[in-house]
Design a protein around this ligand. Structure first.
Ligand code: UDX
Length: 432
């Protein structure tokens, strides 16, 4: 590949990571082949239909469609590109280990081809790359973990903080080629070995999850001592060694990555004989945090049997329709377990949620969900919830009790609008 020439890119798996990767490389002027075994998904992508909600992605695909080819054929992919980005998912198994069956099936299809390099974007345990390389010594292998956040994935891809590129001896050509693809995007290129690159990914996500569980525990103590965790977090975050990101208390982290990656790292450590004590607590705190909201409700409502509770937001965070490991799933099950009826509204996740929450009443607006409710829980920080006419809505509820699971609304304003307001970690100071 001579300087200035664009490298064709192959992407295996057009789930969320694969599709963002494919669209973003196409937007950088590269020819992209995107392959998936799911023929229906490939067909709808060819018709311009996106399988999930991700801001800006549909527009990017439409804008660069002439450089994006969707296929179900591995032969076509291999003929079109020498760098194959593996973007298949690695969901958790019952033991907490990552399920690598889809990765294995990709590797089996590739065989020991010396003209191609497999660039692993899927999150895999440390040691996976080395074992693939041992079995297929001709195939070059690069670990290039993704750090994209749902809801801002396109922007994260095009403006990375850093790009981690791990390769072992003999695969320098492939690592150089991957580096050329990412260089124009800026962000520091971290060139390292495969095992370290794999560990950077798991350790980064586990650290961020630890930060969240830590601030959630601080929030719980704040409630006992009359402190406000949003103030505490602001004061802590200004210390550059701590930083203000991922320091927002709430009802626990969810999504397709943190719960899975924290378990995978814990399991990886355990499988190699090391007991990762801290991660056990991170997981336990997160589980308890999702349930603590129930106590906040019973404090005001007494037993929940026969009560109607409205959930505002279902997705695991705003700007995505993803319900994987969402706090809303645990919450609605707990509420129903206590005998409450649950009504819910989400601006984008309701359609997908129908199958996951069969006994929850899915409302078509926040107003509908709140009407006649004994209490409401704000589960997801959708911007439109800040725009609601809360004062008017209070009069439509049976009891205006509001638990703000994201500390998203202003407590003073909500109290002035007539609500019994409970945030997370927002204790009332002595005499306040
Ligand atoms: C995460 C990582 O951030 C990303 O680098 C990785 O590639 C994939 O996993 P994502 O799952 O999209 O991204 O969501 P993220 O924005 O990281 O949030 C994860 C969860 O933590 C959400 O449930 C969010 O609500 C919660 N969270 C986040 C908090 O509770 N408090 C915070 O301060 C930040």
């Amino acid at each position: 590949m001579s300087a200035g020439e664009r490298e064709p890119v192959g992407v295996v798996g057009v789930g969320w990571v694969g599709l963002v990767t494919a669209a973003c490389f196409a937007s950088q002027g590269h020819e992209v082949w995107a392959m998936d075994v799911n023929a229906a998904r490939i067909e709808s992508l060819r018709g311009g239909e996106l399988p999930f909600h991700e801001p800006g992605l549909g527009e990017l695909i439409a804008e660069h469609a002439e450089r994006l080819s969707f296929t179900t054929s591995m032969e076509e992919l291999l003929a079109g590109s020498r760098l194959l980005f593996c973007c298949v998912d690695t969901p958790p198994t019952y033991s907490g280990d990552a399920d690598l069956s889809r990765v294995r099936s990709v590797v089996d299809q590739l065989g020991g081809d010396s003209d191609h390099a497999l660039v692993m974007k899927s999150t895999v345990p440390s040691g996976t790359g080395q074992s693939i390389r041992r079995n297929l010594p001709d195939l070059s292998y690069v670990s290039c973990p993704e750090f994209l956040k749902e809801g801002s994935a396109v922007d994260d891809f095009l403006h990375p903080d850093r790009v981690v590129i791990g390769a072992d001896a003999g695969d320098e050509w492939a690592a150089d080629a991957v580096a050329c693809l990412y260089e124009p995007l800026g962000g520091e290129l971290v060139r390292t070995d495969v095992a370290s690159a794999e560990m950077i990914k798991l350790a980064s996500n586990a650290f961020l999850a630890t930060k969240i569980s830590f601030i959630n525990e601080i929030a719980n103590v704040c409630e006992e001592v009359g402190a406000d965790v949003t103030e505490v977090s602001r004061g802590m975050g200004l210390d550059e060694r701590i930083g203000n990101k991922f320091l927002e208390a709430g009802i626990g982290y969810g999504g397709s990555c943190f719960p899975k990656d924290v378990s995978a790292l814990k399991q990886l450590a355990g499988n190699s004989g090391y007991h990762f004590q801290l991660l056990n607590s991170v997981i336990e705190v997160n589980e308890l945090q999702k349930r603590r909201v129930i106590g906040k409700l019973t404090k005001h409502l007494g037993p929940l049997v026969g009560k109607r509770i409205a959930l505002l937001g279902l997705s695991f965070k705003a700007n995505t329709d993803d319900m994987r490991e969402a706090s809303s799933l645990v919450l609605s099950a707990r509420l129903q377990g206590e005998g409450a009826a649950v009504a819910a509204y989400d601006p984008v996740a309701s359609t997908g949620a129908a199958g996951m929450l069969p006994s929850v009443e899915l409302a078509t607006s926040a107003e509908e969900a709140l009407a006649g409710a004994d209490a409401a829980i704000l589960v997801t920080e959708w911007p439109e919830f800040a725009e609601l006419d809360w004062k008017a809505l209070a009069t439509t509820m049976k009891r205006p009790v509001l638990v703000d699971g994201r500390n998203f609304l202003d407590p003073a304003q909500m109290r002035a609008a007539g609500y019994t307001y409970e945030g997370i970690g927002r204790g009332v100071p002595a005499g306040g």
